[in-house]
Design a binder for this molecule. Structure first.
Ligand code: S3P
Length: 185
């Protein structure tokens, strides 16, 4: 049992990684597969702020967004029982956030290559950090700075390039000790 009273297989599973890694898609797949509730930190931020992530960046700036993001992660520190949590790509950048994530659950890093991100998000307009710049250059720079942070934060790393969401989900299920037993039908 961990300090939050979560026992073995019932601990929340937290998905971290870069934009376009598939955290929300794989998170929803896992949530359906396990019948666990699904939480998404960007959705929690939007509910709290009453506006989209893009609008927060536009009207209040990135620093204000990061403050709200940390407040939401602070709320998650009280999370109990089974849940799948998909996190925004910048959450692990703050040490306090990293500590909370590792305390509440089993942290899984969905690793992705820059070219996969650029392909998947070619027409995306909802990621303010990737608008109005050379997207390939920005993704490569951000990803190489963040990869060591994601790796250090995670209990498990899963490569996602050229894989379907259900393949990634199955790898996560078999990679988390004590979890696959529960899912055998
Ligand atoms: C961000 C990732 C986004 C969102 C915001 C900032 C980041 O979430 O939180 O645009 O800094 O990587 P996704 O990773 O779900 O796209």
């Amino acid at each position: 049992m961990d300090r939050n009273g979560n026992e073995g297989a019932d601990r929340p599973v937290i998905l971290i990684g870069f934009m376009g890694a598939g955290k929300s898609t794989v998170g929803r797949w896992l949530s359906r597969r396990l019948s666990w509730r699904f939480l998404d930190t960007d959705a929690m931020i939007e509910a709290r702020a009453g506006m989209t992530v893009s609008r927060i960046f536009e009207t209040r700036g990135e620093d204000a967004f990061r403050e709200t993001e940390s407040a939401v992660i602070g709320e998650l520190a009280r999370l109990r029982g089974p849940a799948i949590v998909s996190t925004g790509g910048g959450v692990p950048l703050r040490e306090d956030n990293r500590r909370v994530l590792r305390n509440i659950g089993y942290v899984v890093y969905l690793r992705v290559r820059p070219e996969t991100v650029c392909r998947r998000l070619a027409r995306d307009r909802s990621r303010p950090l990737l608008q109005g710049c050379d997207r390939n250059e920005k993704v490569t720079a951000l990803l190489s700075a963040r990869d060591p942070v994601y790796t250090e934060t995670a209990h498990l790393t899963v490569d996602t390039d050229r894989k379907r969401p259900e393949q990634i989900g199955e790898e996560i299920l078999s990679g988390i000790p004590g979890l696959s037993r529960q899912t055998e039908n």
